[in-house]
Design a protein around this ligand. Structure first.
Ligand code: ADP
Ligand code: MG
Length: 633
C-alpha cells in the first residue's frame, strides 16, 4: 500500500466517524451540520480544488467536476447528509481503483524486472562495475551466480544454467556452455560466466523488450478508443440532461425546486463513466500482462483484439514450422564433372558462400563444415563481397590465389536458373537441395533436411479448436518439399517456391478470401519474411530472442519459439475481450437503469452512489481477472 493510500484511509475513517456521528445526532442537536461538514471536508476537500484546476486547464467534464456539482447542488437543496455520503463513497471507490490499478501495474513491472543495474566488465585484467550502457562491443564481462545477464553476448569461459523465465515464460532453466549465445535479462543460476559482449546495451534484448512493453499502451484496441469517444460524448450529454431535469419541471411546470435539483444531482452522480474509463484499459493491460507472463510479447492491445478473432493463420516453413536447424543429409558432386570436388571441398566452398548470411540454412552449412573436421577454417578475409539474394541464396566473390578472384553461387534451383547454370546429378531424397556453382559452372549439391518443431502438431490442433478455419503454409522452398511437410501436418493449403514479394501477394489474396470481420495472422521467423509480417493483420514472429528483424517487424513476438504459444495468445485474447465486453455491457446497463430510476424519483442519491461505486468496483475486480491466465498445458 502506498503512502497516498494510507493517508486516504485515515481521511475516510475520520469522515465515516463524523458522518455516523452526524446521523446519530441529527434532529436532537442543532449542531449536526458541523459534523457533516467535517465529514465532507475530510473525505473530499481536494475534489472541488481539482475540479477548479482542471477547468482552468480546459478540461470541464471530468469526474471531479461531476462530484463537485452534484454535492454542492445537494447541499444547496438542504440534503447535506446525502452530499457527504456521496463524497465518502466516491472516494472509497477511487481508493479501490487506485489500489487495483497499482497492483496490476506492479505485477507487470515485476515481470518486466529484467533491467540489469550493472555489468562487471573486465578491463586490463581487473573487474570493474559499470552501467550496462558503458560496455562496448567485444569487451568481456563477468556474470556471477545470482546476477542478471546485463548484455547479449557469447560465453567465452564457464558454463551454467540460466533462468529465462522473465523473458520466455519458461520455468525450466536453460543449460549453457562455452561458445553459446546468451541474452540479457536472464538470470545466471550457478556457474561463473565470462561473456564477450556482442551488442551495445541499447540494441540488447532487454532494451528491445522494455521499449516494446513501454510502447504497448500507445497502440489501442478499438474497444479502448470506443470508450474514450464514449466518455467524451456521454458525460456532457448527462450533464445536459441533468440541467434539463433541474430546469424544465421547475421553470416550465412550476414544480418544487428541491425535488428536481436533488434528482438532477443524483443524476450527476451516476453520470461519472469511471467504471468504463478505468476498467477497459485495465483489462487490456491485464491481458498484455498475462501474455508476457507466458512469453508472448504483444505490441498493443489492438493486436490482442485481432488475436481473439483469427480466421486464417499463415505459416512460413523454414525456422517457423521447422526448427531451421538443418542436417546435411548428402553431398553430391555434379555428374561427369571433370572438376570433381570431394565432399570436404564442396562443403568448404559452401561455407564460404554462407559466411555472411544469417539464414538458418547458412548456419547449418557452416556447422556441417566445422563438424566435418577437415582441419581447415574459413578465412573471412578471402571474401571480397557477399550478396544475399532473398528467396534465392547467396552470391559471393572470393580471393582465389595471388591476384585472382572467383564467384560462388549457393542457393536453390531458381538461383541457378537466374544465372543460367546447367545442373546435374541431383538427388532429392525429400530434403531441401542447395545448389553450388562457381563462375565456370555447376559444382554439386547438398541435400539438407530440417525437422518439424515438436509442438507444431499440438499447436495446429489447438488453433483449430480455437476456431481458426484455415491453416496455410507459404515457403520459399520447393513446392514438393513444402507439400510433404504440409501433408504430414494436415495443413489446408501449401504454396511453395515463393519469393518474399510473392509471399506478400499470397497473403493479400488470403486477406481477400477470409470473412471481412475476422483476421489473418502470419507467423514467421523474420528472415526473408519481414514484409509479410508487416502486411498481415497480426504479424507473429518466432524466435524473438536474438532475432532483431523479427522483433522489429512483428506485432507479436513468441519469445521461446514454440508455435503452441499462439494458442495461448488466442485464449488470453478471448478471455480479455470477454471481460471487456462484460464490463461495457454491465456498466452501461446498470448506469442507464439507475439514471431512469433517478429521473423518475424512484432512487435516492444513496442508490446513485452505490450504483456508481459498486459498478466501478465490480468492473475493476473483473478486469484484474485478465491478468490471471494459466496455460492449459
Ligand atoms: P521459407 O519461406 O521456407 O522460410 P526462405 O524464403 O527463407 O524460406 O528461403 C527460400 C529458399 O531460398 C530456401 O529454401 C533456399 O532454397 C533459398 N535460400 C534463401 N537464402 C539462402 C541462403 N542463404 N543460402 C542458400 N539458400 C538460400
Ligand atoms: Mg523463413
Amino acid at each position: 500500500m502506498t503512502k497516498k493510500q494510507k493517508k486516504m484511509i485515515i481521511r475516510l475513517s475520520v469522515s465515516a466517524v463524523c458522518l455516523i456521528g452526524g446521523i446519530l445526532w441529527e434532529g436532537s442537536h442543532p449542531g449536526d451540520w458541523v459534523l457533516f461538514l467535517a465529514s465532507y471536508l475530510a473525505a473530499g476537500y481536494d475534489i472541488p480544488l481539482k475540479a477548479l484546476r482542471n477547468i482552468r486547464n480546459g478540461q470541464v467534464f471530468d469526474e471531479n467536476f461531476l462530484m463537485t456539482a452534484a454535492t454542492f447542488g445537494a447541499i444547496a437543496v438542504g440534503e447535506l447528509e446525502e452530499a457527504v455520503a456521496v463524497m465518502l463513497f466516491y472516494q472509497v471507490g477511487e481508493l479501490f481503483n487506485d489500489y487495483a490499478v497499482n497492483r496490476s501495474r506492479k505485477s507487470i513491472t515485476n515481470l518486466m524486472d529484467i533491467n540489469p543495474e550493472y555489468a562487471n566488465v573486465i578491463r586490463e585484467g581487473k573487474e570493474e562495475q559499470v552501467e550496462p550502457d558503458e560496455v562496448e562491443i567485444g569487451e568481456i564481462i563477468a556474470v556471477k551466480p545470482g546476477e542478471k545477464v546485463p548484455l547479449d553476448g557469447v560465453i567465452v569461459k564457464g558454463s551454467s544454467s540460466l533462468d529465462t523465465k522473465a523473458l520466455t515464460g519458461e520455468s525450466v532453466p536453460v543449460e549453457v556452455a562455452e561458445g553459446e549465445m546468451i541474452v540479457s535479462g536472464s538470470i545466471n543460476l550457478n556457474g561463473l560466466l565470462e561473456v564477450q559482449v556482442t551488442k551495445l546495451f541499447d540494441d540488447s534484448t532487454v532494451a528491445k523488450i522494455l521499449e516494446l512493453v513501454e510502447n504497448a499502451s500507445s497502440r489501442k484496441a478499438k474497444a479502448e478508443n470506443f470508450i474514450t469517444r464514449f466518455a467524451r460524448v456521454y458525460t456532457p450529454a448527462v450533464v445536459g440532461l441533468a440541467l434539463a431535469l433541474a430546469l424544465v419541471p421547475t421553470v416550465v411546470f412550476g414544480q418544487s425546486w428541491s425535488v428536481w435539483v436533488y434528482r438532477a444531482c443524483s443524476f450527476l452522480v451516476v453520470s461519472c463513466p469511471c467504471a468504463l474509463v478505468i476498467s477497459v484499459p485495465l483489462s487490456f493491460f491485464g491481458g498484455l500482462g498475462a501474455a508476457s507472463k507466458n512469453g508472448i510479447l504483444m505490441k498493443g492491445s489492438n493486436y490482442l483484439e485481432a488475436m481473439g478473432n483469427l480466421d486464417t493463420v499463415v505459416f512460413d516453413k523454414t525456422g517457423t514450422l521447422t526448427t531451421g536447424r538443418f542436417q546435411v543429409a548428402a553431398v553430391n558432386g555434379a555428374d561427369g564433372s571433370l572438376r570433381e570436388l570431394g565432399r570436404g571441398e564442396l562443403l568448404e566452398l559452401a561455407a564460404y558462400g554462407e559466411y555472411h548470411s544469417n539464414h538458418p540454412i547458412a548456419a547449418s552449412v557452416r556447422e556441417a563444415f566445422e563438424r566435418e573436421g577437415t582441419g581447415r577454417t574459413i578465412d573471412g578475409d578471402r571474401i571480397v563481397s557477399a550478396e544475399e539474394i532473398a528467396g534465392h541464396g547467396m552470391h559471393v566473390r572470393l580471393v582465389d590465389g595471388a591476384d585472382k578472384e572467383k564467384d560462388i553461387y549457393i542457393g536453390n534451383e531458381k538461383l541457378m536458373n537466374r544465372q543460367g547454370i546447367q545442373v546435374s546429378g541431383i538427388k532429392e531424397d525429400g530434403g531441401t537441395v542447395l545448389y553450388l556453382a562457381d563462375e565456370k559452372g555447376f559444382l554439386g549439391s547438398i541435400v539438407i533436411a530440417d525437422t518439424v518443431r515438436v509442438d507444431v502438431p499440438d499447436a495446429l490442433r489447438g488453433l483449430r479448436a480455437e476456431g481458426v478455419k484455415k491453416l496455410v503454409m507459404l515457403t520459399g522452398d520447393k513446392e514438393a518439399v513444402g507439400k510433404a511437410v504440409g501433408e504430414r501436418l494436415g495443413l489446408d493449403k501449401v504454396f511453395g517456391g515463393l519469393l518474399p514479394g510473392d509471399k506478400v501477394r499470397k497473403v493479400e489474396e488470403l486477406l481477400e478470401e477470409k470473412p471481412s470481420d475476422r483476421t489473418l495472422a502470419f507467423v514467421g521467423d523474420g528472415i526473408n519474411d519481414a514484409p509479410v509480417l508487416a502486411r498481415a493483420d497480426v504479424g507473429i514472429a518466432m524466435g524473438g530472442i536474438g532475432s532483431d528483424a523479427a522483433v522489429e517487424a512483428a506485432d507479436v513476438v513468441i519469445m521461446n519459439d514454440e508455435p503452441s504459444k499462439i494458442v495461448d495468445g488466442i485464449r488470453i485474447a478471448r478471455k480479455t475481450m470477454g471481460i471487456v465486453r462484460q464490463n461495457i455491457v454491465f456498466a452501461i446497463g446498470v448506469k442507464v437503469l439507475v439514471l431512469i430510476l433517478v429521473a423518475c424519483g424512484m432512487a435516492s442519491m444513496w442508490a446513485a452512489v452505490f450504483g456508481d461505486v459498486g459498478v466501478s468496483i465490480l468492473a475493476i475486480l473483473n478486469a484484474v481477472r485478465a491478468l490471471n491466465y494459466r496455460s492449459g498445458k
